[in-house]
Design a protein around this ligand. Structure first.
Ligand SMILES: O=C[C@H](O)COP(=O)(O)O
Length: 250
């Protein structure tokens, strides 16, 4: 999908696959990912690719547009790194990504009393890239931030986990709370994503929450999130997302 879904839909959530290099980017496209998310998992929850590598990824993505047509290629996002919540630093990191031509920039909003200042610092960038604010399930996320993101012109908001050793999204937040998050985001016109050490077994309960996409890295890899993307695991996630929901399955 070249556009993310922006309305409630009976379709299953889209598949966001985080990839660590160009080879994985190709595998994710071949495996049917709706959003290819350029992320270096070895550098943290939202570890960033280098600007040079991002530029190469944008060239590949542009080539897909010519070969497949823009509507048939996946969307492309990239993370801006695990940045301190300092407005000037977070803005500079997001700009570094946007300047490479990556159309969707994911910015981590780690727990801080400076969150609103950081969102304000990012607002001017919203005219040049689709910004996604990332909240963290293991840092007591404040859903009041969602309204601030909408007012600042962000395109979307997602929840992930910051500490990948401290449990998955579904261990921190229940489906009811996640449903409230999705509803609040929609009220502000934001697309939504859910991630955080998700496994195959998490998919049925999260499908009912109504988010626009579910994000995966660890579940796609041989040997965990810093391992290599495995097309077979990707295929299993892809297939499970499209299965009719059956809450009795593991
Ligand atoms: O944006 C999605 C993340 O890359 C998810 O990573 P994870 O499944 O390893 O927590």
């Amino acid at each position: 999908m070249s556009q993310l879904r922006d309305t409630a839909s009976s379709l299953p959530p889209g598949l966001l696959a985080s990839v660590a290099d160009l080879r994985e980017m190709e595998l994710a496209r071949a495996g049917g990912a709706d959003i290819i998310d350029l992320k270096q998992p070895a550098f943290g929850a939202l570890g960033a690719w280098s600007p040079e590598a991002l530029t190469a990824a944008v060239m590949l993505w542009n080539a897909w547009g010519e070969q497949l047509g823009e509507a048939a290629r996946p969307a492309l996002s990239a993370t801006a790194g695990d940045q301190p919540m300092v407005p000037a630093l977070i803005r500079a990191a997001a700009e570094r990504v946007a300047e490479t031509g990556v159309p969707i920039v994911k910015v981590g909003l780690f727990h801080s009393k400076h969150t609103n200042e950081c969102i304000e610092a990012l607002a001017p960038l919203a005219s040049r890239a689709r910004l996604i604010g990332v909240l963290f399930a293991d840092q007591e996320p404040d859903f009041a931030v969602v309204g601030a993101l909408g007012r600042a012109g962000f395109a979307g908001v997602m929840i992930d986990t910051a500490d990948k050793r401290a449990g998955s999204l579904t261990e921190h937040l229940d489906p009811l709370t996640l449903g409230q998050f999705v509803a609040e985001a929609r009220r502000h016109g934001l697309i939504t994503g859910l991630a955080g050490s998700l496994r195959l077994g998490d998919i049925p309960s999260l499908t009912g929450v109504g988010a626009d996409y579910l994000g995966f890295r660890g579940a796609l890899c041989e040997g965990g999130r810093t391992g290599a993307l495995d097309p077979m695991r990707l295929g299993q996630v892809y297939a499970r997302l499209r299965e009719p929901t059956d809450h009795s399955r593991p």
